[in-house]
Ligand binder design. Structure first.
Ligand code: GDP
Ligand code: MG
Length: 178
Protein backbone atom coordinates (compact mmCIF):
# COMPACT_ATOMS: atom_id res chain seq x y z
CA UNK A 1 0.00 0.00 0.00
CA UNK A 2 2.69 2.48 -0.98
CA UNK A 3 5.22 4.22 1.23
CA UNK A 4 4.54 4.48 4.92
CA UNK A 5 2.34 7.42 5.75
CA UNK A 6 3.86 9.99 8.05
CA UNK A 7 2.43 10.46 11.49
CA UNK A 8 0.86 13.79 12.38
CA UNK A 9 0.84 15.22 15.88
CA UNK A 10 -2.51 16.66 16.94
CA UNK A 11 -2.58 18.66 20.18
CA UNK A 12 -5.77 19.34 22.12
CA UNK A 13 -6.08 22.73 23.80
CA UNK A 14 -8.77 24.13 26.04
CA UNK A 15 -9.80 24.88 29.59
CA UNK A 16 -9.94 22.12 32.21
CA UNK A 17 -13.25 20.25 32.21
CA UNK A 18 -14.32 20.98 28.63
CA UNK A 19 -13.97 17.32 27.62
CA UNK A 20 -10.54 17.01 25.97
CA UNK A 21 -9.69 13.69 27.61
CA UNK A 22 -13.19 12.35 26.95
CA UNK A 23 -12.86 13.16 23.23
CA UNK A 24 -9.39 11.61 23.08
CA UNK A 25 -10.54 8.45 24.82
CA UNK A 26 -13.23 8.02 22.19
CA UNK A 27 -10.65 8.60 19.48
CA UNK A 28 -8.40 5.95 21.01
CA UNK A 29 -11.27 3.50 21.35
CA UNK A 30 -11.58 0.84 23.99
CA UNK A 31 -10.00 -1.92 21.87
CA UNK A 32 -7.24 0.01 20.20
CA UNK A 33 -6.26 2.21 23.09
CA UNK A 34 -2.55 2.76 23.10
CA UNK A 35 -1.77 4.96 26.01
CA UNK A 36 1.78 6.14 26.14
CA UNK A 37 2.75 7.58 29.49
CA UNK A 38 5.80 9.78 29.18
CA UNK A 39 6.43 12.16 32.03
CA UNK A 40 2.71 12.27 32.67
CA UNK A 41 1.87 12.90 29.04
CA UNK A 42 -0.90 11.07 27.29
CA UNK A 43 -0.50 10.22 23.62
CA UNK A 44 -2.85 8.12 21.57
CA UNK A 45 -1.98 6.85 18.13
CA UNK A 46 -4.45 5.59 15.58
CA UNK A 47 -4.48 5.12 11.83
CA UNK A 48 -7.67 6.41 10.25
CA UNK A 49 -8.95 5.62 6.80
CA UNK A 50 -10.48 8.79 5.45
CA UNK A 51 -11.69 9.05 1.85
CA UNK A 52 -10.03 5.71 1.12
CA UNK A 53 -6.60 6.77 2.34
CA UNK A 54 -4.79 5.99 5.57
CA UNK A 55 -3.36 8.65 7.86
CA UNK A 56 -1.87 8.12 11.29
CA UNK A 57 -2.61 10.64 14.00
CA UNK A 58 -0.77 10.89 17.29
CA UNK A 59 -3.19 12.78 19.51
CA UNK A 60 -1.60 14.53 22.49
CA UNK A 61 -3.71 15.27 25.56
CA UNK A 62 -1.01 17.23 27.34
CA UNK A 63 -2.39 20.76 27.76
CA UNK A 64 -2.30 21.90 31.35
CA UNK A 65 -3.93 24.83 33.13
CA UNK A 66 -2.03 28.05 33.56
CA UNK A 67 -0.21 28.31 36.89
CA UNK A 68 -1.12 31.63 38.48
CA UNK A 69 -1.17 33.41 35.16
CA UNK A 70 2.38 32.33 34.48
CA UNK A 71 3.16 31.16 30.95
CA UNK A 72 4.82 27.84 31.53
CA UNK A 73 7.55 26.45 29.32
CA UNK A 74 5.44 23.36 28.91
CA UNK A 75 2.53 25.31 27.48
CA UNK A 76 4.93 27.01 25.11
CA UNK A 77 6.14 23.62 23.91
CA UNK A 78 2.58 22.44 23.35
CA UNK A 79 2.05 25.36 21.00
CA UNK A 80 5.17 24.35 19.05
CA UNK A 81 4.88 20.58 18.66
CA UNK A 82 1.52 20.20 16.91
CA UNK A 83 1.02 19.62 13.19
CA UNK A 84 -2.63 20.39 13.88
CA UNK A 85 -4.68 21.70 16.82
CA UNK A 86 -8.06 20.96 18.27
CA UNK A 87 -9.24 23.84 20.46
CA UNK A 88 -12.08 22.67 22.68
CA UNK A 89 -14.61 24.67 24.67
CA UNK A 90 -17.79 23.60 26.40
CA UNK A 91 -21.03 25.04 25.03
CA UNK A 92 -22.16 25.21 28.67
CA UNK A 93 -19.27 27.43 29.73
CA UNK A 94 -18.86 30.85 28.18
CA UNK A 95 -15.55 31.32 29.96
CA UNK A 96 -14.14 28.32 28.13
CA UNK A 97 -15.35 29.82 24.83
CA UNK A 98 -13.46 33.03 25.61
CA UNK A 99 -10.40 30.97 26.50
CA UNK A 100 -10.65 29.25 23.13
CA UNK A 101 -10.33 32.62 21.37
CA UNK A 102 -7.37 33.49 23.55
CA UNK A 103 -5.73 30.16 22.70
CA UNK A 104 -6.23 30.80 19.00
CA UNK A 105 -4.43 34.12 19.42
CA UNK A 106 -1.58 32.52 21.37
CA UNK A 107 -1.23 29.83 18.74
CA UNK A 108 -1.13 32.34 15.93
CA UNK A 109 1.55 34.27 17.79
CA UNK A 110 3.59 31.12 18.45
CA UNK A 111 3.40 29.82 14.88
CA UNK A 112 3.17 33.07 12.93
CA UNK A 113 4.44 32.08 9.51
CA UNK A 114 2.69 28.72 9.43
CA UNK A 115 -0.68 27.71 8.13
CA UNK A 116 -1.54 25.08 10.75
CA UNK A 117 -4.88 23.30 10.68
CA UNK A 118 -7.04 24.31 13.63
CA UNK A 119 -10.45 22.91 14.51
CA UNK A 120 -12.62 24.78 17.00
CA UNK A 121 -14.81 22.34 18.92
CA UNK A 122 -17.90 23.15 20.95
CA UNK A 123 -18.35 20.07 23.15
CA UNK A 124 -21.19 18.88 25.44
CA UNK A 125 -24.07 19.51 23.02
CA UNK A 126 -26.10 16.96 24.99
CA UNK A 127 -26.45 19.49 27.82
CA UNK A 128 -29.07 21.40 25.88
CA UNK A 129 -30.56 23.27 28.82
CA UNK A 130 -27.19 24.51 30.06
CA UNK A 131 -26.10 25.96 26.72
CA UNK A 132 -24.34 29.34 27.09
CA UNK A 133 -22.75 29.54 23.63
CA UNK A 134 -24.92 29.27 20.53
CA UNK A 135 -23.93 27.35 17.40
CA UNK A 136 -23.93 30.65 15.52
CA UNK A 137 -21.44 32.20 17.93
CA UNK A 138 -19.17 29.18 17.60
CA UNK A 139 -19.36 29.28 13.83
CA UNK A 140 -18.78 33.04 13.72
CA UNK A 141 -15.77 32.73 16.00
CA UNK A 142 -14.28 30.04 13.78
CA UNK A 143 -14.82 32.24 10.71
CA UNK A 144 -13.06 35.18 12.34
CA UNK A 145 -10.18 32.99 13.41
CA UNK A 146 -10.01 31.15 10.12
CA UNK A 147 -10.47 27.66 11.47
CA UNK A 148 -12.90 24.78 11.02
CA UNK A 149 -15.78 24.35 13.44
CA UNK A 150 -17.72 21.40 14.78
CA UNK A 151 -19.97 20.76 17.76
CA UNK A 152 -19.60 17.43 19.54
CA UNK A 153 -20.90 15.42 22.45
CA UNK A 154 -18.37 13.07 23.95
CA UNK A 155 -21.14 11.79 26.23
CA UNK A 156 -23.34 10.77 23.29
CA UNK A 157 -20.35 10.00 21.05
CA UNK A 158 -21.78 12.48 18.58
CA UNK A 159 -19.57 13.93 15.84
CA UNK A 160 -16.36 12.62 17.44
CA UNK A 161 -15.30 10.50 14.44
CA UNK A 162 -16.25 13.42 12.21
CA UNK A 163 -13.98 15.69 14.27
CA UNK A 164 -10.87 13.56 13.77
CA UNK A 165 -11.70 12.86 10.12
CA UNK A 166 -11.93 16.62 9.71
CA UNK A 167 -8.48 16.98 11.23
CA UNK A 168 -7.10 14.51 8.69
CA UNK A 169 -8.75 16.37 5.80
CA UNK A 170 -7.40 19.71 7.00
CA UNK A 171 -3.90 18.26 7.23
CA UNK A 172 -4.14 16.82 3.72
CA UNK A 173 -5.42 20.07 2.24
CA UNK A 174 -2.19 21.70 3.33
CA UNK A 175 0.04 18.95 1.92
CA UNK A 176 -0.73 20.20 -1.56
CA UNK A 177 -2.32 16.94 -2.71
CA UNK A 178 0.93 15.05 -2.15
P1 GDP B 1 -10.73 17.79 30.24
O1 GDP B 1 -10.35 18.38 31.54
O2 GDP B 1 -10.84 18.83 29.17
O3 GDP B 1 -9.85 16.65 29.83
O4 GDP B 1 -12.21 17.23 30.41
P2 GDP B 1 -12.69 15.73 30.72
O5 GDP B 1 -12.67 14.91 29.48
O6 GDP B 1 -11.96 15.21 31.89
O7 GDP B 1 -14.22 15.99 31.08
C1 GDP B 1 -14.59 16.79 32.20
C2 GDP B 1 -15.97 16.37 32.66
O8 GDP B 1 -16.94 16.65 31.66
C3 GDP B 1 -16.08 14.86 32.94
O9 GDP B 1 -16.91 14.69 34.04
C4 GDP B 1 -16.72 14.33 31.68
O10 GDP B 1 -17.43 13.15 31.92
C5 GDP B 1 -17.63 15.46 31.29
N1 GDP B 1 -17.87 15.51 29.84
C6 GDP B 1 -16.96 15.48 28.85
N2 GDP B 1 -17.54 15.56 27.65
C7 GDP B 1 -18.87 15.64 27.89
C8 GDP B 1 -20.03 15.74 27.03
O11 GDP B 1 -19.96 15.78 25.80
N3 GDP B 1 -21.23 15.83 27.67
C9 GDP B 1 -21.36 15.79 29.01
N4 GDP B 1 -22.59 15.86 29.52
N5 GDP B 1 -20.30 15.70 29.83
C10 GDP B 1 -19.08 15.62 29.28
MG1 MG C 1 -8.10 15.96 30.69
Amino acid sequence: SGPREPRYRVVLLGDPGVGKSSLVNLFAGVQERDLVEQHGEAAYERTLTVDGEETTLLVLDIWEPEQRGEESRRRGQCLQVGNAYVIVYSITDRGSFESASELRIQLRRARQAEDIPIILVGNKTDLVRCREVSVEEGRACAAVFDCKFIETSAALQHNVDELFEGVVRQIRLRRGGK
